[in-house]
Design a protein around this ligand. Structure first.
Ligand code: NAD
Length: 290
């Protein structure tokens, strides 16, 4: 069965729209999200535009804070501090990547974890790892939501996560191993130095791939009846497409899909959920503060 991320994301947006409308009807101001973008990276511009649109759709007041490519790290830190103390902003994100002269870790670490709706601060990452209330980074939160809404159990299941990035692989593994009904999985985290990847994948009930290599997960690595979650977003040249490229994931979808109980497509799978989770995180911090 193909998991319809687009439909679930729509459902979530509808739920959030109702939640915001109910809060506003009670006289509260609308939730407010700050989106800091530095420079003119075209992919970042597109992501930010999509986030702004999604916010507008559910009634979140999103403020785009555009800063020059040449901004210094110290100036950007001051902007983060300003947002940390601005009581009219419930949460904010600093769109990554940042220009090379700015250390991303320094910037994300400076965000007040109670406003960190990307869930990237060491505080939120650590709290998630310890099973404490936290803001979970958007893509892992979205994947957990997809599994839950499709009634795909994780309890006692062997989940293989491929990729150890701070935004997907590591927080995903951390979430799924928690003592929680949506966790309780036996997790194996694989990465570029992993030996015998195929043999490990063949023992998985659920495989979550977040690498960025088209076709990395092939049919001979997946056992019958497994669930496959494809996080990868890759552009591959396609002369038949007006844009000259098409998007694909890390999974050889055509060959792998027939073996799976559930599989996410690219596009239309996990990507849709990432923005929906950012909206959920924004409502979460709005709830803390109001
Ligand atoms: P990354 O690019 O920071 O790192 C890639 C990871 O893959 C590394 O941890 C590395 O160890 C591992 N890796 C590399 N080669 C490997 C191999 N041959 N075998 C096993 N592991 C290998 O990771 P990222 O930022 O999580 O991005 C991964 C992919 O997910 C990219 O395509 C990215 O565009 C996509 N992504 C999608 C979403 C979404 O919303 N769908 C969100 C974030 C990232």
């Amino acid at each position: 069965m193909i998991i319809d991320g687009k439909q679930i994301a729509q459902q979530i947006r509808q739920e959030l729209r109702e939640e915001v409308a109910a809060a506003v009807a009670q006289g509260k101001r609308a939730p407010r999200l700050g989106i800091v973008i530095v420079g003119h990276n075209p992919a970042s511009e597109t992501y930010v535009a999509n986030k702004m649109k999604a916010c507008a759709e559910v009634g979140i007041d999103a403020q785009r804070i555009a800063l020059e490519e040449t901004i210094s790290e110290a100036e950007l830190l001051r902007e983060v501090e300003r947002l940390n103390h601005d009581a009219s902003i419930d949460g904010f994100i600093v769109q990554l990547p940042l220009p090379a002269h700015i250390c991303e870790h320094t910037i994300t670490s400076a965000i007040d974890y109670r406003k960190d709706v990307d869930g990237l601060t060491p505080e939120n990452v650590g709290r998630t790892a310890q099973g404490l209330p936290s803001i979970v980074s958007a893509t892992p939160r979205g994947i957990r939501e997809l599994l839950a809404r499709y009634n795909i159990p994780t309890d006692g299941q062997h989940v293989v996560v491929i990729g150890r990035s701070n935004i997907v692989g590591k927080p995903m593994a951390s979430l799924l191993m928690q003592k929680h009904e949506r966790g309780n999985a036996t997790v194996t985290l694989c990465h570029s130095h992993t030996k015998h990847l195929k043999e490990i994948c063949l023992t998985a009930d659920i495989i979550i791939v977040a690498v960025g290599h088209p076709g990395l997960l092939t049919a001979d690595m997946v056992r019958e009846g497994a669930t496959v979650i494809d996080v990868g977003i890759n552009r591959v040249p396609d002369p038949n497409s007006p844009k000259g490229y098409r998007l694909c994931g890390d999974v050889d979808f055509e060959q792998v899909a027939p073996k799976c109980a559930f599989i996410t497509p690219v596009p239309g799978g996990v990507g849709q959920m990432t923005i929906a989770s950012l909206l959920q995180n924004t409502l979460q911090v709005y709830g803390y503060i109001r």
